[in-house]
Ligand binder design. Structure first.
Ligand SMILES: C[S@@+](CC[C@H](N)C(=O)[O-])C[C@H]1O[C@@H](n2cnc3c(N)ncnc32)[C@H](O)[C@@H]1O
Length: 417
């Protein structure tokens, strides 16, 4: 007779879990065990490179030999991740003798514990058992994951504290906790937002979006979400920034979860730092979710790697919004001209003639390959290939417009066949 499994959430922090086997199955199982804080002992004559890297990093213990019963001393759980049914059966027999639950990759019916298909959403973990059929479990898990990510934003998920990187500030207990997430939306293709950024967006009460944010992301917001178009805020640039800071703080202090959605990465010429400081000064907790920056993605979308073995060992990202001779410019264009590597210039179209002339005047060859990538990763992407000496004139002739990234360096032709 088969009975239903009894679901449990094992709290493995600091507890010994033995994994027998060092191949593909172990490679997939070990990260979740480490994430749970388990004290993992890996028993296997050989390891995959991924497991070896974790051993080298000191994340787990490895005994490079076959299993012996003493390996289960002090263990709370054992994962058998080997193909050989005889060897697997002998491990599970030792485990049964010692009343240690045993997961078996080779034979689910002989196992005393099953691993579920899992989807994690911040502090919420959904684990699905498919009655012994892992495919069924995965299908159900995928459906739940999609629902949680796209359609549902229950208060229980949206209102929780977030333990991710870059969290700062704090509110008094007992008050409704508003907060802000600075989320990088990526360069243009709506699919280039991170999974975490997308999840937070679906949980937001208020979204404050920049001009360069992919429109399709906004299209999918819940109808009740307040959308603030930051590019429409009047006054000069610094006044507008103050206004945005104030909106973030006011809405969060009123209890809302505010997502500040910014093109590319929030900290790459994105003024994310100013927004974080404003929120921190008001005691509003902030989560920062990095994004795919156009400074790397735009060249990539045009077939240009920012580094390439034997071609460029460095890449420098620089803003061209001020002309090289502008008193307020913080860029040492003369020093940049002396570098051999890749130069990626953002916001540089208006001043491109002055920038290229300055680089050439300080020694960079006018023959250096150069490219301009406009509206990268979108359906309207355009790419111009030229040289440092010609690119400013070619740009005018081709009528390329912002947003665009200029790439200078031998990498521009590195992947040309
Ligand atoms: C204010 S900066 C913000 C950069 C952004 N935080 C990032 O990490 O990509 C705006 C500049 O980024 C570049 N940019 C942003 N999106 C772009 C895209 N899809 N294609 C080309 N350039 C882009 C352009 O140089 C534009 O003038």
């Amino acid at each position: 007779m088969t009975s239903n499994p009894y679901p449990l959430g094992l709290r493995l922090h600091g507890r010994r879990v033995v994994v027998v086997g060092g191949g593909a199955v172990a490679t997939r199982r070990v990260p979740a065990l480490l994430d749970a804080g388990a004290d993992v002992l890996l028993v296997a004559p050989e390891l995959t490179p991924a497991l070896r890297a974790r051993v080298d990093a000191g994340r787990l213990h490895w005994v490079p030999r076959r299993f012996v019963p003493e390996d289960l001393d002090g263990a709370w759980l054992v994962h058998v991740a080997i193909d050989d049914p005889m060897a697997a059966a002998s491990v599970s027999a030792v485990a049964a003798e010692r009343r240690i639950f045993c997961v078996r990759a080779d034979d689910r019916t002989a196992a005393t514990a099953w691993t579920p298909a899992v989807t994690r959403h911040g502090p919420v973990t959904v684990a699905v058992l498919g009655g012994g059929d892992p495919r069924r479990a995965m299908t159900v898990r995928d459906a739940i994951r999609d629902l949680l990510a796209v359609r549902l934003a229950p208060d229980g998920i949206a209102g929780r504290p977030d333990a991710s990187t870059g969290t700062t500030g704090g509110r008094q207990a007992g008050r409704q906790a508003g907060r802000v997430a600075l989320v990088g939306a990526g360069p243009g293709d709506p699919e280039l937002i991170t999974v975490k950024g997308w999840r937070l967006l679906t949980e937001a009460d208020v979204v404050v979006a920049d001009r360069l944010v992919p429109g399709l992301l906004l299209d999918e917001l819940r109808p009740d979400v307040e959308l603030v178009d930051a590019s429409k805020i009047p006054y000069g640039p610094s006044r507008a920034q103050e206004e945005i800071n104030q909106i973030l703080v006011d809405r969060a202090l009123a209890g809302a979860f505010v997502v500040r959605l910014k093109g590319g990465d929030p900290y790459v010429f994105g003024r994310g730092g100013e927004e974080l400081l404003a929120c921190a000064a008001a005691g509003v907790p902030v989560t920062v979710v990095p994004g795919v920056t156009s400074s790397i993605a735009a060249p990539a979308a045009a077939g240009i790697p920012v580094t390439h073995r034997g071609v460029a060992h460095e890449f420098t990202v620089v803003s061209g919004h001020l002309a090289p001779d502008a008193p307020a410019s913080l860029v040492r264009w003369d020093a940049l001209a002396g570098l051999h590597g890749t130069l990626v210039i953002l916001m540089g179209l208006k001043n491109l003639a002055a920038i290229t002339a300055t680089l050439i005047a300080h020694g960079r060859s006018p023959q250096t390959p150069a490219a301009v990538v406009q509206e990268a990763t979108t359906g309207t992407q355009r790419v111009l290939r030229s040289t440092l000496g010609e690119v400013a004139a070619d740009l005018r002739a081709a009528d390329l417009r912002p947003p665009a990234v200029v790439v200078v360096g031998d990498v521009v032709g590195a992947l040309d066949g």
